[in-house]
Write a new protein. Structure first.
Length: 201
């Protein structure tokens, strides 16, 4: 029975978690950004992504909507990484899957390093401990996944507050012109290379 993990990661936190879980359950790791509309025969499917403003990133919602699964009753899990605020992205993932007759069998959240610097701040000395704790939680999640743990009844349904948060997030997605580069940029182009959506040039 083959296992596939699809991930979306802006800065690497979710990608690291996806790789760690994949190592522990012997799964293939694939980026959502280059697998929209995927047709899969996997029996175990993982979705790993960050929380964006308390909900699923737009690409994750689109990925789930377009995902085609051929295996009958696959085991589907989702792991959400978050910094200062998690919100209810598991409920959104559950809702999107149910719209296609699928179940989210297992959901797990992992606190990690907050990297949306416009809203949150962090101390550099705290990062190693945060990453270490995130890795330990990823191993715990992998153990539960390998045992096909089912906690779907503990995953909340979407609320009106969640839907309002979704609307706010979609509005924020239209404000990318507010981001700019100052003269202090050294033009290393690292952000261009790392952006999974190729939004930078």
């Amino acid at each position: 029975m083959n296992k596939e993990i699809y991930y979306f990661s802006s800065t690497g936190n979710s990608q690291q978690i996806a790789s760690l879980i994949a190592q522990n359950i012997d799964a293939e790791v694939l980026p959502m950004s280059s697998h929209l509309g995927t047709n899969t025969n996997a029996s175990t499917i993982g979705l790993i992504f960050p929380s964006f403003f308390g909900t699923t990133p737009l690409i994750v919602s689109n990925f789930i909507d377009q995902l085609k699964i051929n295996y009958p009753k696959p085991y589907i899990f989702a792991v959400v990484c978050y910094g200062g605020y998690c919100g209810n992205p598991l409920a959104k993932a559950k809702y999107l899957l149910e719209a296609h007759g699928l179940k989210l069998n297992y959901g797990f959240t992992i606190p990690s390093v907050e990297n949306y610097i416009l809203d949150f701040s962090f101390k550099l000395e705290e990062i190693p401990e945060l990453l270490y704790t995130a890795q330990k939680k990823a191993v715990l999640a992998a153990q539960a996944i390998s045992e096909k743990t089912n906690n779907e009844n503990t995953i909340n349904d979407l609320t009106t507050d969640d839907l309002a948060g979704d609307k706010e997030y979609l509005e924020i997605c239209q404000r990318d012109d507010l981001f700019y580069v100052k003269d202090s940029c050294n033009s290393c182009s690292l952000c261009v290379k790392l952006c999974p959506m190729k939004n930078l040039e």
